[in-house]
Design a protein around this ligand. Structure first.
Ligand code: Q9C
Ligand code: ZN
Length: 342
């Protein structure tokens, strides 16, 4: 399997994030990608390619122009204000406040374009996210040209980012960008299966009222797990998209048997949809040793996941999302991809 590697990800290197009132060492760090790279190279999974630049237009098919403007210039603006360290939002336009008047204040716009304070905006966030999307588009090119599958080794992840906000360590929604690009290249039905521990709220929202992308997600129940405000089982799509969204929330601590029952159910729904392309948002924070998540998958289960996706039979684009047990992430991702290739 070919891998497209985002070699600018290292520019996005937060030192800290907020957790329970304290600044703690960041979880979403460059070492995550280095461990995966090392594992793929040691296993000789296949060639590791750089991204080709497809420009900003495919990102703008998913994200608002105002958001992309803000994100691409945010670090310079923050530096101009004398910002020291990474930028963290601290104020949001919640219910009864107006989000339709663009504030001049940087702090206010940082809040307007974000969903939480747990996502440090670093000096390299924009180049890392931009090139991550380019990797996704390059890997899509490979699959559309006839490769059975391709894997995108990138960070930051993407599935929490919405049309006009960042959050959950995500800035640009790689899965949504790739799905929209596939449709723009002539495909009629694209499926996204999100197996990250956290619900892919950004991806779901992008396609919630559309029938040309089926979004299915297995995740920790938002009643107790991030992103809290989306990902319930009663979210089945709206308008033309009614019936094309399927959420499988599981309680924190759920068994592997319960997880695979959801996987089977999700794949059955996607099979009935008969997509021309399957995009997998591959978070491996479902691992039992993950420091911020509460499922119990391990190498045999990751391998089985890969095998199930293989059996699904569609051309498959794998996109890296979460996974924070840094030293294990390479082995976990490799188990999935090898399971797929076996
Ligand atoms: N201190 C993804 O896996 N909150 N994002 C964590 C831990 C946010 C995870 C709090 C978790 C977001 C792509
Ligand atoms: Zn996650």
């Amino acid at each position: 399997m070919k891998t497209v590697y985002n070699d600018r990800h290292g520019q996005h290197a937060a030192r800290h994030e907020f957790f329970r009132g304290q600044l703690v060492p960041a979880f979403e760090i460059p070492a995550r990608a280095y461990y995966v790279l090392q594992a793929l190279q040691a296993a000789e999974l296949g060639p590791i390619l750089p991204p080709e630049d497809h420009g900003l237009a495919p990102l703008a098919r998913v994200h608002s122009a105002a958001y992309l403007d803000f994100l691409s210039g945010a670090w310079a603006e923050w530096q101009g204000l004398g910002g020291e360290g990474d930028a963290f939002p601290a104020v949001w336009p919640v219910r009864t406040l107006r989000a339709d008047v663009l504030p001049r204040s940087f702090a206010a716009r940082l809040g307007l374009y974000s969903m939480d304070s747990g996502t440090p905006l670093t000096a390299g966030a924009w180049p890392a996210a931009y090139w991550g999307a380019q990797c996704s588009l390059t890997a899509l090119d490979l699959v559309l040209a006839g490769e059975r599958s391709a894997y995108v080794l990138t960070r930051p992840p993407g599935h929490h980012a919405g049309a006009d906000f960042f959050g959950g360590y995500c800035f640009v929604n790689n899965a949504a960008v790739a799905a929209q690009a596939a449709l723009d290249r002539g495909l009629k039905r694209v499926a996204i299966l999100d197996v990250d521990y956290h619900h892919g709220n950004g991806t779901q929202a992008c396609f919630y009222e559309r029938a040309d992308v089926f979004f299915a997600s297995i995740h920790g129940d938002p009643l107790t797990e991030y992103p809290f405000f989306l990902g319930h089982a009663d979210e089945t799509g709206a308008g033309a998209g009614l019936g094309f969204n399927a959420n499988f929330p599981l309680p924190a601590g759920a068994s592997n048997e319960a997880w695979f029952a959801c996987l089977d159910a999700a794949l059955a729904r996607l099979q009935a949809y008969a997509p021309e392309l399957l995009i997998v948002s591959l978070g491996v924070d479902t691992y039992g040793g993950d420091p911020i998540s509460h499922f119990q998958l391990d190498r045999p289960e990751f391998s089985l996941l890969g095998q199930r996706i293989r059996r699904f039979g569609a051309p498959t684009l794998w996109l890296q999302e979460g996974g924070y047990a840094t030293e294990a992430i390479g082995h976990n991702v490799l188990a999935v991809l090898r399971g797929f290739e076996s």
